[in-house]
Design a binder for this molecule. Structure first.
Ligand code: BYC
Length: 318
């Protein structure tokens, strides 16, 4: 092979890859892909998986304090779904050549992020309503868009996850609606939860488009189909109406319908808070990671037993 052949082959593969992405073909694990595309996806999918798993903690905090057996069953089912979402996503990331152990290590050492939203405490039962309604509501808007992402395993995981998230969003809205029909104290509790979760939910969509370093590659490769700001606006438009129906006030005095754009304008997001939280200095970051490490270490015997069983079966079948 001449010294010029290898770069020529690489260029041809890249053009073919980009052509397929432009056509809207799904890229599959065995297909050739540029290294930067692979790395971009590993970063995003693993962070998405970590968010699902860490997101079980703030809600798990209320399992023993759910106000009825019905509420407890629903909450348990929802939290188990989140664990399942983590598993689909870790599996999707593994198809890109990273192991589960490496991903867990990146989470526990702070190399990989997880969603800003899970670093806030759940102080009252209304927070469980607010998480389902606002946090899962924001997640759905983002994930519906990701159903059409270019990487096949990620896109397919999203289709399944979205079905479950819509049940999560409804159960949260039901909690908030019930509390708003309750006593003055319950209404106050629901409004307080709304006040604390609204702004961090808007931050879930990431920085403004002009400050989003990964967006240009994400669009070029059709990993993202809508921008951070587009999705944030979509979420606001739909949620304002839902809040009005049950009598909750959005804690943003600058929120205003804009006839010209056909969307709501909103007040400035506190980006200092966002960056502080995603850099590990939010209210609950240390607690979340400490809890993850403990649960992971406590579960070591389960992984060892599963591995031993797998080896035993392989020996038996040979
Ligand atoms: N939180 O260039 P950008 C759920 C980081 S869980 C933390 O815009 P990108 C649920 C970003 O990673 C659903 N970090 O990035 C579970 C980057 O830093 P790195 C979670 C954030 O990737 C349990 C830097 O800021 N959903 O539903 O183009 C119970 C620059 O950002 C955040 C997902 O994970 C954030 N919010 O766009 C209940 C969705 N935003 O990586 C519910 C999948 C940004 O260079 N992810 N950063 O260190 C995505 O769609 C995209 O990754 C994002 C960010 C829109 C989040």
């Amino acid at each position: 092979m001449s010294s010029n052949t290898a770069p020529a082959i690489e260029d041809a593969r890249l053009s073919k890859f980009e052509e397929r992405v432009q056509k809207g073909d799904a890229i599959e694990p065995r297909d050739w892909m540029p290294e930067a595309y692979r790395k971009h996806l590993i970063r995003q999918i693993s962070q998405h998986a970590h968010s699902e798993v860490i997101g079980m903690q703030p809600e798990g905090n209320w399992i023993t304090r759910a106000p009825s057996i019905r509420a407890k069953q629903i909450l348990l089912a929802k939290i188990q779904d989140e664990g399942g979402h983590g598993l689909y996503l870790y599996s999707a990331a593994e198809t890109l050549g990273i192991s589960r152990e490496e991903m867990i290590e990146q989470l526990q050492t702070g190399k990989a992020k997880y969603s800003n939203i899970f670093n806030y405490p759940t102080l009252t039962w209304a927070d469980i309503g607010a998480i389902g309604w606002l946090v899962d509501g924001a997640a759905i808007v983002n994930q519906v868009s990701l159903q059409r992402t270019s990487y096949g395993p990620y896109s397919r995981a999203m289709v399944r996850i979205c079905k479950e998230e819509s049940f999560h969003q409804r159960q949260g809205y039901e909690i908030m609606a019930m509390m708003m029909k309750g006593t003055p104290e319950q209404r106050e509790m629901a409004q307080d939860a709304m006040n604390r979760w609204w702004w961090p939910s808007l931050m879930m969509f990431g920085p403004h488009d002009s400050d989003s370093p990964h967006s240009s590659d994400a669009f070029r490769w059709k990993i993202k189909r809508h921008s951070n700001d587009e999705l944030r606006t979509k979420f606001i438009d739909k949620t304002v109406q839902q809040a009005e129906v049950i009598g909750l006030t959005i804690p943003d005095p600058e929120l205003k319908w804009n006839e010209a754009t056909g969307h709501y304008d909103h007040g400035e997001i506190n980006w200092d808070e966002f960056y502080r939280v995603i850099q590990g200095n939010g209210q609950c970051n240390k607690q979340r990671i400490a809890h993850h490490k403990k649960a992971h270490n406590d579960g070591a015997w389960v992984r060892a037993a599963a591995e031993a069983y797998k080896v035993k079966q392989a020996v038996k079948n040979n």
